[in-house]
Design a protein around this ligand. Structure first.
Ligand SMILES: NC(=O)c1ccc[n+]([C@@H]2O[C@H](COP(=O)([O-])OP(=O)(O)OC[C@H]3O[C@@H](n4cnc5c(N)ncnc54)[C@H](OP(=O)(O)O)[C@@H]3O)[C@@H](O)[C@H]2O)c1
Ligand SMILES: *[C@@H]1O[C@H](CO)[C@@H](O)[C@H](O)[C@H]1NC(C)=O
Length: 287
């Protein structure tokens, strides 16, 4: 076995043990009656987050743009055991909708225990072709609405000693081709909430802040994009959703899911040229 392989294997083991060892235990009961807002909950990971919370007996407000679909998700939440399941249609590219959602949820729930920011606007999976307008729009949806909602939710979370959970991506730590606008929005999230994390700690805030770094997850939107272009394993949205909830409920700073996203992020820092080679040769591209 070469030295290089040994280093990789050793770091994988250390990362795995570190992640397993430091995870506090999760108590489902702690979510009974919890007041939660979930964004981007009409489909994908957000929808699965809503269903898990429903099974735990939480009080939920879900949001996305499509009202009809939200209504169906809310009905299913009630049948799964949610104490409350309300929905509000909103467009996160608007200047005012992020505040409107927070105000609606505060009024209906009377406060927050968890705020889970998860939505993303659709973005093409292609080489950058100069569409600055799309990137500005995506920044509004994927970034500015997050900081707006987070700030407006903080006073209530302070009162309840609640948790703010931000769903990000490995692409918020490691850029890769075909996603320049998307990766920019996720880097922005990691930067902003990384800074806010320090400030909350320095203020001795009651609020816990978690950032979730996800790999490829098998949602319809993601699968549709990567098919024929990359062949990397995709992980189940339902398991992802449960891990996101546990991360918030146990007040952990970070989630890496699947766990090897942690190793990938470190490998990129340690071995940049090898990582670049692997990334550029993972994608089907003929010029
Ligand atoms: N799937 C993956 O492989 C993967 C990998 C890494 C990270 N993540 C992260 O995981 C999170 C969820 O991803 P996903 O794959 O579940 O996404 P998805 O299936 O595309 O769902 C996106 C959600 O956002 C909503 N949305 C879209 N545009 C909106 C807008 N302008 N205003 C308000 N809501 C809007 C959508 O509903 P409407 O269309 O009804 O508005 C939908 O509920 C995202 O933060 C994503 O970056 C996913
Ligand atoms: C934290 O919560 C307590 C109530 O449990 C409250 O008195 C205190 O003001 C809160 N801290 C902040 C920074 O709001």
């Amino acid at each position: 076995m070469g030295t290089f392989t040994k280093i990789i294997l050793a770091s994988i083991c250390v990362a795995y043990i570190a992640v397993k060892w430091t995870s506090p235990t999760f108590n489902e009961e702690s979510l009974r009656g919890a007041r939660v807002v979930v964004t981007g909950a009409s489909t994908g990971i957000g929808e699965q987050i809503a269903y898990h919370l429903a099974r735990f007996g939480a009080q939920i407000v879900i949001t996305a743009r499509r009202e009809k679909v939200l209504q169906q998700v809310a009905e299913k939440c009630l049948s799964l055991g949610a104490q409350k399941a309300l929905y509000i249609a909103a467009d996160m590219s608007s200047d005012t909708d992020p505040d409107r959602v927070v105000d609606f949820a505060l009024e209906k729930l009377g406060g927050f225990d968890f705020v889970i920011l998860n939505h993303i606007g659709p973005s093409p999976f292609t080489m950058w072709g100069g569409d600055v307008e799309h990137t500005k729009w995506l920044m509004k949806v994927n970034f500015f609405s997050y900081i707006q909602m987070a700030w407006r939710s903080l006073p209530s979370l302070e009162q309840s000693k609640g948790s703010l959970v931000v769903v990000s991506s490995l692409l918020g730590k490691m850029p890769s081709p075909f996603v320049a606008p998307y990766t920019s929005t996720k880097f922005a999230l990691n930067g902003f909430f990384g800074s806010l994390y320090h400030e909350l700690a320095m203020k001795k805030s009651n609020v816990s802040l978690s950032i979730c770094t996800l790999g490829l997850i098998d949602t319809e939107a993601a699968m549709q994009k990567v098919k024929d272009i990359v062949a990397i394993p995709a992980y189940p949205a339902s398991d992802t959703a449960l891990n996101i909830i546990i991360t918030g409920a146990t007040r952990q700073q970070e989630l890496f899911y699947p766990w090897f996203t942690y190793v990938v992020a470190i490998t990129r820092e340690w071995f940049p040229s090898m990582t670049n080679y692997v990334i550029q040769n993972t994608y089907n591209y003929t010029s």
